[in-house]
Design a binder for this molecule. Structure first.
Ligand code: FE2
Ligand code: FE2
Length: 367
């Protein structure tokens, strides 16, 4: 089935430009265009929309108000913003309701690939049980601002270590975690790094944005909210799975992109547990107890209660955040990699093996 997209902008020239550059996608995408928030909502009354791409500053109903409305009425729709840099006031408000941002003017190729990536999450969306669960959760956390800023900086040709260091230092909790990681055994080093810029260069520029994403996800799901959930333990497990997955990829002489994907996927593979534990604290506590008493893997206990596991929930979040497909796939299938037909070595293979080895090493862990 074609993906259904809706573009909203009060500037007719922008809509015409979008129509023109996206014409080549006509066979794959069913595209709708609206000149106002009201018109967009009218369209959504009639056609189910997979992805909405909205401008922020629009008269009468601005982009934030529109997306709030969409979030309430159609929680399964992926919400993207396409806006100019001058709209910074609205931009800050949009953080709570947006899954992904694109800045105007947008290179057509970047636009197409961002949308294509988001449409791939549809394979997860089509699962009825997941749909139900996601609509009960309502709003999923949007991609963290710091991650967005740092990724943007990394893309610029004159990306500077000091600038990225400064960005991270502006959030003390984040800075502390980055330093802790740089000094941790996972990275082969125990103590001695005290400057953020030094930590960033030691961990690797590319990896820093992914670490921010993971650290943020863990901070977002406050352990107080998630009750009895052993969040520190999951953090440790995620870190060691990441390091091990990267090591496995290296041992297999995988190309450098696969090694990096293996690391990120290791870090994020169990993120669905955080969502379930923080959004359904009581049910999840019961799931944990059941897995322990019956000595079954956690994901089987989850399936009994939610009809879905942390793997699909996590993959869904990563997909709407726009992470590369190999990472989404690794999260989705890390318990049963053979269910997808790809046979070659990938981040998925690395994470599956690393995860299994980690659980073998830790007899009290639940997975
Ligand atoms: Fe898992
Ligand atoms: Fe795991």
């Amino acid at each position: 089935m074609k993906s259904r997209l809706l573009f909203v902008d009060d500037d007719a020239n922008v809509l015409d430009g979008l129509r023109r550059v996206l014409r080549s996608q006509r066979d794959e995408w069913d595209m709708h265009f609206a000149g106002s928030g009201a018109e967009a909502l009218q369209i959504m009354d009639v056609y189910p929309i997979d992805i909405i791409v909205a401008d922020l500053s629009m008269p009468v109903m601005n982009g934030v108000e529109l997306l709030e409305n969409v979030m309430d009425r159609y929680p399964e729709t992926i919400r993207m913003v396409l806006s100019g840099r001058s709209e910074s006031g609205l931009f800050m408000k949009a953080v709570a309701v947006t899954h992904q941002y694109l800045s105007k003017p947008c290179n057509p190729e970047i636009l197409k690939s961002a949308i294509a990536q988001a449409t791939e999450s549809k394979i997860f969306l089509q699962d009825e049980n997941l749909k139900k669960l996601i609509s009960n959760i309502g709003a999923l956390p949007s991609v963290p601002r710091l991650y967005r800023d740092v990724s943007q900086e990394l893309k610029s040709p004159e990306a500077s270590l000091n600038k990225i260091g400064e960005m991270i230092s502006s959030e003390p909790g984040m800075a502390a975690k980055v330093l802790q990681l740089a000094n941790s055994a996972y990275f082969g080093r125990r103590h001695g790094i005290s400057k953020i810029s030094e930590a960033v260069s030691y961990l690797g520029l590319d990896r820093v944005a992914q670490l921010i994403l993971a650290i943020n996800a863990f901070a977002e799901f406050n352990p107080a909210v998630s009750g009895s959930f052993p969040i520190e333990r999951l953090w440790t497990h995620s870190n060691s799975t990441a390091a091990r997955a990267k090591q496995i990829a290296e041992d297999q002489h995988a190309e450098s992109k696969t090694r990096d994907d293996a690391f990120t996927a290791g870090l994020l593979h169990d993120i669905g547990k955080l969502i379930l534990a923080s959004r359904f604290p009581e049910e999840y506590a019961a799931v944990l107890t059941k897995a322990m008493t019956d000595q079954i893997p956690l994901y089987l206990a989850e399936r009994e209660t939610f009809s879905i596991t942390h793997a699909e929930v996590g993959a869904y979040l990563l997909a709407i955040w726009g992470l590369p497909n190999p990472i989404v796939e690794a999260a989705a299938y890390h318990h049963n990699p053979t269910t997808i037909p790809v046979q070659s070595f990938s981040a998925l293979t690395a994470v599956h093996a690393a995860d299994a080895l980690e659980y073998m090493a830790d007899s009290e862990a639940v997975h």
